[in-house]
Write a protein that binds this ligand. Structure first.
Ligand SMILES: Cc1cc2nc3c(=O)[nH]c(=O)nc-3n(C[C@H](O)[C@H](O)[C@H](O)COP(=O)(O)O)c2cc1C
Length: 339
């Protein structure tokens, strides 16, 4: 088709050919955009928690969202005694459902721990929560676990001040997209440490959608790089190719239909900095693709169907001396607007 059109255009006067080309491209792009949006919509409808899904991941996300409402309430300067009864009911109901269908896990334990702190807070403020205590005790019996997380933690400004005593300006300014790598392997431990830190990224209601899939073999890396259009001349030199994804089952509403890109993007940036903090170089590889490539990556790399692919990341150790693209930034006044 392309060849026929090219031949046809060659016979036409230049201005007419250019006008027709523009119209052809616009029509084609409108069609492709339509198709891509349809694909995105089917994807969100199928795999998020929007349409009353009762999958494990969705119910877990509902529990986290609900108990996090209580955590947030408890962390206010002066919480109102008796606040958030609807959230408490939701935590009890969803946690019970989860335990009955999937068994206890850290999330059900954290839900119970948060409710325990809620009870203590209310009792300390002479607010009657006897309706909750027996229900919580019954639920807690089913959620036996050693995890003590959930609720609030007391921190001091001094602790925070001590922890931020690093040269963050130099840290940020000495991060570049690295497109040259040594053959030295990046250890699994370094990757695991970086992902542990990336998990500390903020995420909507702390639902942590971000995940990482690590391709290490030449065959896996080659297959992934073949689907991506920005790695020519360096991708194959990377020690690993990471696929950063965002789990759709952690999103629950129409309003959250784009949340995977936001939470996934924040997670990705933290991961890049966490690798940088260990001297590991990285280069983001865009996943700005159409449905066919997005479908293919699931077959090629075993990415689960319900994960949105945020980007690929080529990683490796940095040579002792190298060129990087300057990538100069826009003037501050183009970006910073006090309103
Ligand atoms: C989402 C995303 C996708 C990117 N895709 C590519 C890519 O496909 N190939 C590439 O060489 N660089 C890619 N980059 C790197 C950018 O070119 C780079 O971040 C930008 O020029 C700023 O330079 P710096 O990272 O060195 O500060 C990407 C960056 C982002 C954030």
């Amino acid at each position: 088709m392309k060849k026929i059109l090219k031949a046809l255009f060659a016979y036409l006067p230049a201005s007419m050919a250019s006008g027709l080309k523009t119209r052809y491209r616009n029509t084609r792009d409108k069609h492709l955009l339509n198709r891509a949006y349809q694909y995105d919509m089917r994807f969100y409808k199928s795999y998020s928690g929007l349409l009353g899904q009762t999958k494990k991941g969705v119910v877990e996300a509902e529990i986290i969202k609900a108990y996090h409402r209580i955590e947030k309430g408890l962390a206010l300067a002066s919480p109102r005694p008796g606040f958030g009864v609807d959230a408490v009911e939701l935590v009890l109901e969803r946690t019970q459902y989860y335990v009955d269908h999937f068994g206890p896990n850290v999330t059900t334990q954290r839900a119970v721990n948060t409710l325990r702190e809620y009870v203590q807070f209310n009792q300390a403020h002479h607010c009657d929560v006897s309706w909750l205590v027996s229900r919580l005790n019954r639920l807690a019996e089913k959620c036996i676990g050693a995890d003590s997380a959930g609720g609030t933690r007391r921190v001091t400004r001094d602790e925070i001040t001590r922890a931020i005593d690093i040269d963050f300006t130099a840290f940020v300014n000495q991060r570049y997209s690295i497109r040259q790598f040594t053959p030295e392997p990046v250890s699994d431990d370094a990757i695991a440490h970086a992902v542990t830190l990336a998990k500390k990224s903020p995420s909507v209601c702390n639902r942590e959608s971000g995940c990482v899939f690590v391709a290490s073999s030449s065959a896996q890396k080659k297959a992934l790089l073949a689907l991506q259009n920005g790695n020519r001349g360096f991708g194959e030199k990377a020690d690993r190719i990471l696929v950063i994804t965002s789990r759709l089952d952690t999103f629950l509403t129409v309003g959250e239909r784009y949340q995977c890109w936001i939470d996934g993007g924040l997670f990705a940036m933290s991961l890049i900095y966490a690798l940088h903090a260990q001297g590991v170089g990285s280069c983001c590889l865009n996943w700005s693709v159409e449905p066919d490539a997005d479908t293919a990556i699931r077959q090629v790399a075993g990415i689960p169907q319900d994960h949105a692919v945020i980007m690929l990341l080529a990683i490796g150790h940095i040579p002792s001396d190298l060129l990087v693209a300057q990538s100069p930034r826009r003037p501050l006044e183009d970006v910073l607007h006090f309103i």
